[in-house]
Each structure stands twice: as structure tokens, then as C-alpha cells.
Design a protein around this ligand. Structure first.
Ligand SMILES: CC(C)(COP(=O)(O)OP(=O)(O)OC[C@H]1O[C@@H](n2cnc3c(N)ncnc32)[C@H](O)[C@@H]1OP(=O)(O)O)[C@@H](O)C(=O)NCCC(=O)NCCS
Length: 244
């Protein structure tokens, strides 16, 4: 990379593309559109912004190369507690396509967690295999176990279907008011948040391919009518499951 990387934290809501630019985040719209794989107009980019960067209680992290944003992460820090534990919701992580798969997503996650007051649970939902790998690797370094849907994806774990995180999974789905979730903990979100492509797992570890099998099949089934996601939950200090 040509310039040194810095990380910037913005606590106030960013309500529009114009406001992002006035905060010195020129190029953020391009990062969001290209990073997530959206194809669309300025109006579409604006909708994306309102979904992702506005709203109270969301702390935004931006990795800048020189003055250009090349990665961003949104953390909702006032999310309700799950199982009586301080919980953050990560609603968006994106790295510029030319910088992906070089450790930047993981680095941004670790740095963000170090800058925020401590929490014990991190939730979110995704359909992106690399988001699962980056989160499980980063949170593993910080002592968290991570689960995608019913599977454990913690580095160096057995990567099996488990109920160890079941209470947290149910707590999260309850908060999201997802009481009618398909088998495999799959549910639709707005196509304005994530596009409807089928997740790509070729070349990724077997356990990731296995964990993504249900979501791939369901996304193929619904086509571009809906975007299908599954919960991604990281928990600190977790021992057993329902009975642990
Ligand atoms: C998801 C995203 C932010 C991840 O960022 P990234 O910078 O590409 O990810 P990283 O390079 O930090 O990779 C993290 C881990 O994946 C591992 N990884 C990468 N490619 C791999 C492969 N082929 N096989 C196995 N592991 C792989 C890395 O090695 C690293 O783990 P490690 O440190 O334990 O080795 C980025 O890919 C992205 O912007 N995707 C599009 C936007 C999107 O869909 N976001 C999610 C919305 S919910």
C-alpha cells in the first residue's frame, strides 16, 4: 500500500453521502457500492447509506489509506443484552475489493474491539464466507468462540454443529423478532442491505463449505426475490451449552 493506514472512529450518525464527504470521507460511497457488490445509481447509494451509517448508537470505524477510506465497520453499541451479557451488533463490514483477503478486515475488527468498552457477546447476520472467516479469526484472538448458524467456526475448534451457543442464538433471534426462522436459522433481510448473489465458497475450508450449504441452497431457491442470511455470534468465556 502506498500510504500509511490509520483508523478513524465516528460516533455521530452519518445521514447522507453529502455529510460523509463533509466529514472528510470522500470515496466512502464508492467503497460501499463496490465492496458489497451493489450495482446502482446515486439514489441507491443514498439508500445504502441511510441503512448502514445513520441511526443512534452506531459507532463507525473507517480505515484510511492516506485520506481514502478503504474499509469500514459499523458497531451498534446500545444493542440489548443477551443472556445478561453486554452485547454489540456488527451490522456492516466492508473492505475495498482490491484490498480484500490481505488481513485488513481482521485487523479492523481487532482494533475496533480494542477501542470500544469491553463486551462479552458480538452478534450480527451475514451471507459472506469471508466475513465469517475474518470475524472468527479476529474474535478468536480476543478469546471469543464464534458460531455461524448452528456451526462452531472458532479457529482450531472441531467446527461441528453444536448447541453450546443455543441460548444466545435464541436470544438474538428473539430481539430481531425472527420467530419464524427456516430450519438452519435462515431468514431474509432487505436487498438494500446485501445483494442477492449466491455465496461463493470454492477454495475455502471444508467446514465453511458445510456451514454455508443450507444458505446457498436457500439463496438459489429464492433467486433475486430476497437476500438470505444467518446469525454470526461470538461469545467470550463460553463453556457448555444449555446444560453447561
Ligand atoms: C468480509 C470482508 C470484510 C473480510 O475482509 P478481508 O480483509 O477480505 O478478510 P481478511 O483478509 O482479514 O481475512 C480474514 C481471515 O480469512 C482467512 N482467509 C482468507 N482467504 C482464505 C482461504 N481461501 N481459505 C481459508 N482462509 C482464508 C484469512 O487467512 C484470515 O484468517 P487468519 O488470520 O486466521 O489467517 C471482505 O471480504 C469484504 O468486504 N467482503 C464484501 C463485503 C461483504 O459482504 N461484507 C459482509 C457483510 S455482512
Amino acid at each position: 500500500m502506498k500510504h500509511e493506514l490509520t483508523m478513524r472512529m465516528v460516533e455521530k450518525p452519518i445521514l447522507s453521502l453529502t455529510e460523509a464527504i463533509s466529514l472528510g470521507l470522500l470515496g466512502l460511497p464508492d467503497l460501499v457500492m463496490a465492496g458489497y457488490g451493489f450495482i446502482g445509481s446515486q439514489d441507491y447509494a443514498q439508500t445504502q447509506f441511510v441503512e448502514e451509517y445513520s441511526g443512534e448508537g452506531k459507532v463507525k470505524f473507517f480505515v484510511l489509506e492516506g485520506e481514502k477510506p478503504i474499509a469500514s465497520l459499523v458497531v451498534k453499541t446500545d444493542f440489548p443484552e443477551i443472556c445478561g451479557k453486554k452485547t454489540y451488533n456488527m451490522s456492516g463490514i466492508v473492505v475495498s475489493p482490491k484490498c480484500q483477503k490481505r488481513g485488513l478486515g481482521k485487523w479492523m475488527l481487532v482494533e475496533a474491539m480494542r477501542r470500544l468498552p469491553p463486551c462479552e457477546v458480538v452478534v450480527g447476520n451475514t451471507k459472506t464466507p469471508m466475513a465469517v472467516l475474518a470475524r472468527s479469526s479476529a474474535m478468536g484472538e480476543l478469546g471469543f468462540r464464534t458460531f455461524y448458524s448452528a456451526y462452531e467456526v472458532t479457529p482450531n475448534s472441531e467446527h461441528q454443529i453444536t448447541t453450546d451457543h443455543a441460548q444466545y442464538l435464541l436470544g438474538y433471534l428473539d430481539i430481531k423478532k425472527k420467530d419464524n426462522v427456516a430450519a438452519g436459522y435462515l431468514y431474509p433481510v432487505s436487498r438494500d442491505i446485501l445483494p442477492t448473489y449466491v455465496p461463493e465458497v470454492e477454495g475455502l475450508p471444508d467446514y465453511i463449505q458445510k456451514a454455508f450449504d443450507p444458505i446457498i441452497r436457500m439463496q438459489q431457491e429464492v433467486g433475486d426475490r430476497e437476500t438470505i442470511v444467518s446469525p454470526l455470534i461470538s461469545i467470550k468465556g463460553l463453556s457448555g451449552g444449555f446444560y453447561g
